[in-house]
Design a binder for this molecule. Structure first.
Ligand SMILES: *[C@@H]1O[C@H](CO)[C@@H](O)[C@H](O)[C@H]1NC(C)=O
Ligand SMILES: *[C@@H]1O[C@H](CO)[C@@H](O)[C@H](O)[C@H]1NC(C)=O
Ligand SMILES: *[C@@H]1O[C@H](CO)[C@@H](O)[C@H](O)[C@H]1NC(C)=O
Ligand SMILES: *[C@@H]1O[C@H](CO)[C@@H](O)[C@H](O)[C@H]1NC(C)=O
Ligand SMILES: *[C@@H]1O[C@H](CO)[C@@H](O)[C@H](O)[C@H]1NC(C)=O
Ligand SMILES: *[C@@H]1O[C@H](CO)[C@@H](O)[C@H](O)[C@H]1NC(C)=O
Ligand SMILES: *[C@@H]1O[C@H](CO)[C@@H](O)[C@H](O)[C@H]1NC(C)=O
Ligand SMILES: *[C@@H]1O[C@H](CO)[C@@H](O)[C@H](O)[C@H]1NC(C)=O
Ligand SMILES: *[C@@H]1O[C@H](CO)[C@@H](O)[C@H](O)[C@H]1NC(C)=O
Length: 480
């Protein structure tokens, strides 16, 4: 397998080479692989200078997302949804109003940009597409409500890195708010709300009558320089915010809520995207608060579009059956250079979870998790195989994921139920798992860490970790 994965090999070689050389090589490989993919999702428009200018910047000391989003000038044209006949009574459909508004706004993408204001009221609508150089602004007490008619969430093509809908074969429902190939978009306001009214979709899932994969609340495909800030997103049918094949995305100061028992209502899922910064968000949901992904099995491997340079900072929340931050399980295009810091997770199943499986291929490399606090989290740190779910029978049982370089430090967990479970894959053990200054309280003294097919080191870890992490204690220096 090793010889077949140029990106992983470049990372591995990079560990021995000067940093600039490895980064240059890595990004060249990414750029070249980007050129080979489906034109609809290509990154032809990205100048190399822009890319290399933004490579070396990621650092734990950087305290804001500012470098990831280039400020946009004030929009020349500002209109209200009421200018397009919108009625905010919670009952009248505004699908036409929003679609007409967006057609109008699209005229100004290259002549100064535009802003659509949604005032106080309850604005029921089906799906609509955003445009470039555009701001969607939800005033205080403005609520956009997702249509309850599935036909207002029309079917679009499956994503090439998934090969099919994630839940059902074939196409998938479009997101409520959608964008493809956009630049310079801001979705913001005065804590206005976008409510997907997902109950209908969750019921279709629960009662097994869902025909096509559910839509996201907001999905952006192949887009760049996007800011989502100062809003509340509720009741997404499926993953709430899904940037895929994107670069330079900032998601900040958001409240994202779904009932705690709802299926697959992930908060934010950066997927095959470069330079994503998520900070100061509060998320409650029925699935992972944040899940970093990069495509599914052979489809994700073929597209080979990684998620790289991802920062998750000051995120808080609850998810009773899933994890604070998950990496995977779809990670076949690779996930690298992820920094997660100042994470607070309460009343949840796991704090940090790495999920992968045989058939996924790809890699998870260079992940740093620093300063995490947990309360009543069942398994604070969990690495495990997934549910053995594959897009179709053509998945390759020889496609093993590589997991290497996971640094976890400064963690406190109160009222933990079970010790960490760190389970690699026999044919592809997880390597360079480093733990430093970890205190997990509340565990029965008879419980021991559960490790299999992993190697690494540890320092100042309570309770005593598994033997696999004790062998190389000196490799991971404790301060002083
Ligand atoms: C967006 O506006 C900028 C100027 O602010 C302009 O350079 C760019 O071409 C516009 N983008 C599109 C897609 O029209
Ligand atoms: C939105 O864009 C998608 C393609 O990304 C297209 O299939 C759909 O028809 C568009 N919807 C509207 C309302 O224009
Ligand atoms: C966060 O958003 C709220 C509105 O949702 C706003 O009142 C507050 O000032 C914002 N905070 C920051 C730090 O941007
Ligand atoms: C925004 O509204 C949500 C939902 O009503 C609320 O939970 C949150 O605290 C508000 N945020 C701010 C900063 O006021
Ligand atoms: C499944 O849920 C949908 C949405 O609530 C509902 O319309 C449908 O009647 C339900 N089907 C069954 C078989 O319960
Ligand atoms: C979010 O709210 C803060 C505080 O009010 C404000 O400074 C910032 O400009 C807002 N962001 C956007 C994108 O509107
Ligand atoms: C690993 O990640 C850190 C922080 O994200 C970054 O500074 C470093 O360059 C990365 N190393 C490699 C080999 O990519
Ligand atoms: C260990 O981690 C805790 C929790 O983040 C932190 O408060 C403490 O300062 C850390 N200790 C050292 C020696 O870094
Ligand atoms: C311990 O470190 C040595 C040298 O760095 C390495 O060769 C070996 O594989 C490591 N063992 C484990 C169990 O991590």
């Amino acid at each position: 397998m090793e010889g077949q994965n140029p990106i992983l090999n470049s990372i591995k070689r990079g560990l021995k080479r000067p940093l600039w050389a490895s980064l240059l090589f890595l990004f060249t490989v990414i750029l070249l692989s980007g050129l080979q993919i489906n034109k609809e999702y290509s990154i032809f428009s990205i100048p190399l200078g822009f890319m290399s200018g933004r490579v070396g910047f990621i650092s734990g000391s950087q305290r804001s997302c500012a470098d990831f989003f280039k400020q946009v000038p004030a929009r020349k044209v500002v209109k209200s949804i009421t200018d397009f006949g919108g009625i905010g009574d919670g009952k009248t459909s505004n699908t036409d109003a929003f679609q007409r508004a967006m057609e109008f706004m699209a005229r100004f993408t290259d002549t100064g940009g535009s802003q659509l204001v949604v005032p106080k009221g309850r604005w029921l609508t089906g799906s609509f597409n955003l445009t470039s150089n555009f701001t969607l602004f939800l005033q205080h007490d403005a609520v956009i409500l997702g249509s309850q008619d599935p036909k207002e969430w029309p079917i679009i093509n499956a994503l090439p890195s998934y090969g099919r809908g994630r839940e059902r074969p074939g196409g998938r429902h479009i997101s409520l708010i959608h964008g493809n190939g956009l630049t310079n978009v801001v979705i913001t306001g005065e804590n206005g709300t976008i409510d997907g009214q997902g109950k209908m979709w969750w019921e279709l899932w629960w009662n097994r009558t869902l025909v096509h994969t559910r839509g996201h609340l907001v999905e952006l495909i192949n887009s760049q320089n996007i800011l989502i800030q100062n809003l509340t997103f509720l009741n997404s049918p499926f993953w709430t915010i899904h940037p895929i094949y994107c670069r330079n995305i900032v998601i900040r100061n958001m409240t994202i809520l779904s009932p705690l028992d709802t299926p697959n209502t992930d908060g934010i899922d950066p997927d095959s995207s470069l330079n994503v910064c998520i900070e100061d968000c509060y998320i409650e949901s029925g699935d992972d608060l944040i899940a970093v992904k990069s495509g599914w099995d052979q489809y994700g491997m073929k597209m080979a579009r990684p998620s790289t340079n991802i920062i998750v900072r000051r995120v808080k929340g609850t998810t009773p059956t899933c994890s604070g931050v998950g990496i995977g399980s779809e990670m076949s295009g690779g996930v690298s250079n992820v920094i997660i810091e100042d994470l607070y997770v309460k009343d949840s199943a796991a704090g940090v979870r790495i999920k992968t499986d045989i058939g996924r291929g790809g890699y998870i490399a260079n992940i740093t998790i620093n300063n995490m606090r947990m309360e009543r989290v069942k398994v604070p740190i969990r690495f495990s195989r997934g549910a053995n779910d594959h897009p179709d029978e053509r998945w390759d049982p020889k496609a093993l994921p590589k997991v290497r370089g996971i640094h976890i430090s400064n963690v406190v967990s109160l009222d933990s139920k079970r010790p960490p479970l760190l389970e690699g894959i026999e044919e592809a053990p997880f390597e360079e798992i480093h733990m430093k200054n970890i205190s997990l309280f509340g565990l029965d003294p008879s419980m021991t860490w559960n490790c299999k097919f992993i190697s690494g080191s540890s320092c100042s870890v309570f309770p005593t970790p598994c033997s696999q992490l004790l062998k190389n204690e000196s490799n991971f220096q404790c301060p002083n």
